[in-house]
Design a protein around this ligand. Sequence first.
Ligand SMILES: [Zn+2]
Length: 431
Amino acid sequence: MNKLQVLKQFLGLKLRGKFRSREALVAYQEIRWAAFVNSTLTQSPFYLPYIKGGKVNRQTLPIIEKATFMDHFNEINTVGIDRDEAMALAVKAESSRDFDSTMGDITVGLSTGTSGKRGLFLISPSERESWVVMVMDRILPPKWLKKQKVAFFLRANSNLYTSVQSAIYDFKYFDIFQPIESLAKDLLVYQPDVLAGQPSILMALTDILTQGNSKPTPWRPKQIVSFAEVLHTEDAAVLKTVFDAPIREVYQCTEGLLGVSCDHGTMHLNEDNLIVEQEWIDDQYFRPIVTDFTRKSQPVIRYRMSDVLKVKQSPCECGSPFMAIEKILGRDDDVLWIQGKRVFPDVLSRKIALATDAFSRYEIVQTGEAEIQVYIQSNKFEETKAAIASVLDEYLLAQQNQPFQILWHSTKFNPSLKQRKIRHEIQHTIH
Ligand SMILES: [Zn+2]
């Protein structure tokens, strides 16, 4: 990675300053789009036919989803990489836990939700530089006189992430396939300034560090970074109590760095790098269709995310013209499907929280199309079971004729990585 380039881009971003208005932002997006058509879409066999006289009417481009994106992988990417070769390499790298998978100078990464559907992402050196610039600008502002120690809890390391390693940051990768208890010990030895991980990991760490008491830990990070999964409000409150540090929430997925929360805790979409079209579900919720100007080796154009975003009604006090999001709902890996209907985890967990407080912990796992397992840790098992059953019944009553099985288990949880309140296990294909 060219550090001079990173510095130049970072300073450029700082000098550009903030957008004064939504109109200024939209005008800027259109300039970036025109440049992107010329620099990138002309290199993509999939998009080339849409270019007429050096221009593309964005609305004529197909809206695509993950399946199409993977089916047309070879034609979409601009660097001539073959999907099957890249997939073989990425799977090998991940199963050997040696994450150095490059083809030429392109990094190949594997993405899987717990749904297990495989995706591939390609990152070129210059895209890595742009990513680092965004991290410096929005997530970890550099403190020039002191190196910041960052503990990064990840399913799979990638040289995308370690590329932030530099004079300003000291990165330590914590492999979440290792037992969480030993990771927690290492964490206390390392004592990072920044603790970064997905919410389920961060919650498991709080359990261990406080031995379940939600007391502040002896060591405290200065910043928590949460990514990859939805951070539920109640979990955020526990993290704040235990670590006494601000939380920066990052909306990053295979499709790119989509958003970051501001100092007021509001998630804003990175609209200086993205155009986000809204496919409205009702007057508050929409599915984002993303076009990303930073992805040149693997263009992400009018890509319909599986997430549902709830728009924030009142303007954020920070004054950013970037779209403010109240909530991210239904990351694929958390969603339950009950008789063909999507059930959002935070809706379900909120209903359960309202119905009962008699448990210390529960987990709902969908293990089949018509099968859910409910694990409850409680000294009032029957009471909790009745409350959760009544909530689930709301979803089942609509179609009483179709069989749907709920299996109940009384259990004692160990703090473990895979623990989430609500989980979907069907289609788990990666072993
Ligand atoms: Zn804000």
